[in-house]
Write a protein that binds this ligand. Structure first.
Ligand code: HMG
Length: 419
């Protein structure tokens, strides 16, 4: 079998990129038609949210050639930010040459909670709930029997005393769905029994987005020779990347930016696949603060023995491939098709890998050339368009802009007038 080449993919027009995908059987002709169309119909959008006026379009891009657990994937990315897709593609290339990504799915359960208050004797209440655990798990399943047929359902029930509350938690295997509605229904069903058993009152019954039972780890390594042809310089970059990773562990100001870079990738794939990015962000930021200090979500270490820089990321990723808006937006379906319609667990692994790739590219740039060199090269295109350049003016305006000391909208507009 001939190896599929991605060289020059970034230089192609959108039309040529689609041709490349269809001619290599990575995209069906039906999916190509969808990508060439307007995407989400207004009538459908009007069913999805309230007071709808229109729809908002964003770039739907592709970061090719991610090798994850020995398999090649092309990752769809929805993002408005220049240099994000370029950075992901760059990192994927180096990581593939160095052995690819490995992912591990630790678990895939959602957690719901019922917060009880006015519980007079929490110890007795806890024991009463514990005695009824099997019945309560059954009751939760009866609230959503279809999940049992799919192999899912409630898995465990436990509780914790926090301040004045006795909080009951339930873990649920939601299979391919994110499961918010399913878990919320189960938690509300449990309320009368929990109130009776505890003698207290329920303040609320709701899913938790702190998805600590849906952790996913991605690891990757990059051979030092890909950091620089000069061995000493490559070692220096590796040391600096390790230090950058340490900085994100000790300084929350840096950690927030470090993690923002990770979410440049995570959000782009979460959004492309129709998942709830607010839920993913909320859970991951809570996880970043799990030991009471906000820290970077990834780490990089320089391994002198293998002469590699090794990265690892763990994220709570309760990702879905069914339900929510996934079946409603045709472009979202194309994203799943491009990925080979992975399971929820497989998709979660890809998202973690992309987050790590994005972080690698950002740290490599930050600790070598600085971020502006690569980012601004691509930002110049946005500035040119913003200044009003027509398609045939963009290239020459960009090359002039890159020569300027102050690359901003004002300069772009001045240069455009001269063109
Ligand atoms: P470079 O070395 O100049 O790239 O880096 P190159 O021209 O040699 O190309 C190398 C490969 O990069 C290409 O291979 C592509 O895979 C990819 P090829 O296809 O040529 O064989 N590539 C592109 N792909 C698509 N379109 C393009 C394109 N250009 C290169 N136009 C690069 C350039 C941008 C990759 C590098 O400078 C980089 O990775 N910079 C980091 C950019 C970044 O992280 N941007 C995110 C926005 S900044 C931010 O929000 C996060 C941050 O604050 C997070 C943090 O602080 O941690 C930074």
């Amino acid at each position: 079998m001939t190896k599929l080449s991605w060289t020059g993919f970034s230089k192609k027009t959108p039309h040529e990129r689609l041709e490349h995908l269809t001619s290599n059987a990575l995209l069906s002709h039906e999916d190509k038609e969808i990508l060439n169309s307007k995407g989400l119909e207004l009538a459908t959008a009007n069913q999805m949210a309230e007071n709808v006026l229109s729809t908002l379009s964003l770039p739907f891009a592709l970061a090719p050639d991610f090798q994850v657990n020995g398999k090649d994937y092309q990752l769809p990315m929805v993002t408005e930010e220049p240099s994000v897709v370029a950075a992901a593609s760059y990192a994927a290339k180096l990581i593939k040459r160095s052995g690819g990504f490995k992912t591990e799915i630790h678990n895939r359960l959602m957690i719901g909670q019922v917060a009880l208050f006015d519980v007079a004797d929490k110890a007795t209440a806890s024991q009463a709930i514990l005695n009824q655990k099997a019945d309560l798990l059954d009751l939760a399943n009866q609230a959503h029997p279809s999940i049992l047929k799919r192999g899912g359902g409630s898995r465990d029930l436990w509780f914790e005393e926090k301040s004045d509350f006795l909080i009951v938690y339930l873990s649920v295997d939601t299979q391919e769905a994110m499961g918010a509605n399913m878990v919320n229904t189960m938690m509300e069903t449990l309320v009368p029994n929990l109130e009776e058993l505890s003698g207290g009152q329920s303040l609320m019954a709701i899913l938790s987005n702190y998805a600590t039972e849906s952790l996913v780890t991605a690891t990757a390594a990059v051979d030092l020779r890909y950091l620089s042809r000069n061995k000493e310089e490559a070692q220096l970059f590796a040391k600096k990347m390790e230090m950058a990773s340490q900085l994100a562990q000790v300084d929350p100001y840096r950690a927030a930016t470090h993690n923002k870079g990770i979410f440049n990738g995570v959000d782009a794939l979460v959004l492309a696949t129709g998942n709830d990015w607010r839920a993913i962000e909320a859970g991951a930021h809570a996880y970043a603060s799990r030991d009471d200090q906000y820290r970077g979500l990834s780490t990089w270490t320089y391994d002198k023995e293998s002469q590699q820089i090794k990265g690892e990321i763990t994220l709570p990723l309760p990702i879905a491939t069914k339900g929510g808006s996934i079946g409603l937006n045709p472009t979202v379906q194309v994203a799943h098709d491009l990925l080979g319609n992975p399971s929820a667990k497989e998709l979660a692994g890809l998202i973690a890998a992309l987050g790590l790739a994005q972080n690698f590219a950002a740290l490599k740039a930050l600790t070598s050339t600085g971020i502006q060199a690569g980012h601004m090269k691509l930002q110049a295109k946005s500035l040119a368009l913003l200044a009003g350049a027509k398609e045939d003016q963009v290239a020459s305006l960009v090359s002039q802009l890159l020569k300027e000391k102050h690359m901003n909208l004002e300069t772009a507009e001045k240069l455009l007038k001269k063109l």
